[in-house]
Write a protein that binds this ligand. Structure first.
Ligand SMILES: Cc1cc2nc3c(=O)[nH]c(=O)nc-3n(C[C@H](O)[C@H](O)[C@H](O)COP(=O)(O)O)c2cc1C
Length: 135
């Protein structure tokens, strides 16, 4: 079973989260400038939100994916105001016919003083437990 991790991270939060995912599943996290080079069973995909939206870099990466090369995506992310970046990722992926796991992980990500310190250790421990539960 081949798994992969891709993320977009403006402030380092998704990068930090992707490291945890990588340790649990035993794969190297790469940012979205790295295209998938081979078909994957599960792609763990993560990002934050700026001005209410996921980054266009993430959108562009999603637009390179096809259902015959990605069996399933599991989304993760963080944000400060909206509930989660996951619905935006999900709708773009599903529009391309890609299967997205119902399970996903979102935690708070700081925006200046708002939710300062997040993702914190508790968030990262919860992410670790979540990823373990997906194996
Ligand atoms: C300038 C700026 C703008 C942001 N805009 C939003 C926003 O519109 N909605 C939201 O929920 N979070 C917003 N956030 C919070 C980020 O989504 C949060 O920091 C997230 O963890 C960033 O993840 P990343 O570092 O992986 O990109 C903003 C943060 C900053 C610093």
């Amino acid at each position: 079973m081949k798994n992969a991790i891709r993320f977009f991270s403006k402030f380092g939060h998704s990068a930090q989260m992707a490291e945890i995912v990588g340790k649990v599943i035993g794969a190297k996290p790469e940012d979205v400038t790295h295209p998938l080079t081979e078909p994957v069973d599960v792609l763990y995909l993560g990002c934050g939100v700026m001005l209410g939206k996921i980054s266009s870099d993430m959108v562009n990466f999603i637009n390179t994916l096809t259902p015959n090369r990605v069996n399933k995506v599991i989304c993760f992310g963080s944000c400060a105001i909206i509930k989660s970046p996951v619905p935006q990722m999900r709708s773009l992926l599903e529009a391309r016919g890609i299967s997205v796991d119902e399970r996903s992980f979102t935690c708070r990500g700081s925006m200046g003083p708002l939710h300062a310190g997040h993702p914190n250790q508790e968030d990262l421990d919860a992410l670790k437990a979540f990823v373990q539960s997906t194996l």
